[in-house]
Design a protein around this ligand. Structure first.
Ligand code: S3P
Length: 172
């Protein structure tokens, strides 16, 4: 498929498959893939958990905003956003200025199944249960939906199917 000049921006709660789908889309469209958490950790020389522990969430959120500003200027990337990147209106504006925003969703049960053995997400440390995930997802739902140009439910679908749905949305 032909590379796009704008960004494909994947948003959604933790564990909805943003990184996996971004890699596959990058392969299909021959576009660079930017996994925001990975990029931030690489630039800071420390893990996301350490950034939260040492500098705090606000500092991390500022790094997200800075990176989104650079990616807007760059264009032509598949961007896998951190699950909380939509919390700031400024970030959503940056995503939309040079990108199509794709929201991936999954049920709290699916998310829990995907993230439960992972300790790298500070937001869920000490809160690793389906009830907490459901409550946080619900609290953020309005932000995700307001930011999205398209919503793709991922439960029970394979990677190919999800990418196919995204591609048909992106096709002019
Ligand atoms: C966060 C999601 C994480 C990461 C950080 C905070 C959030 O990204 O940015 O731990 O607030 O939802 P993933 O959605 O890639 O796990």
């Amino acid at each position: 498929m032909k590379a796009l000049s704008y960004n494909i921006v994947l948003i959604g709660f933790m564990g909805t498959g943003k990184s996996t789908i971004a890699r596959k889309l990058g392969y299909l469209y021959k576009m660079d893939v930017v996994e925001m958490d990975e990029e931030i950790a690489r630039r800071q020389g420390m893990s996301i958990a350490d950034i939260f522990a040492i500098h705090g969430e606000e500092y991390f959120r500022n790094l997200e905003t800075g990176l989104l500003r650079k990616l807007k200027a760059r264009g032509g990337c598949v961007v896998s956003c951190g699950g909380g990147a939509v919390l700031r209106e400024e970030n959503v504006a940056l995503m939309k200025e040079n990108g199509r925003v794709v929201l991936l969703t999954a049920t709290p049960r699916t998310v829990y199944g995907r993230v439960k053995d992972n300790t790298r997400r500070p937001i869920l440390n000490g809160n690793m249960n389906e009830e907490y995930i459901a409550a946080l997802m619900e609290a953020r739902r309005g932000k995700y939906e307001a930011a999205a140009d398209v919503v793709i439910a991922t439960d029970g679908k394979d990677i190919g199917q999800i990418c196919g749905e995204i591609a048909s949305f992106l096709r002019p």
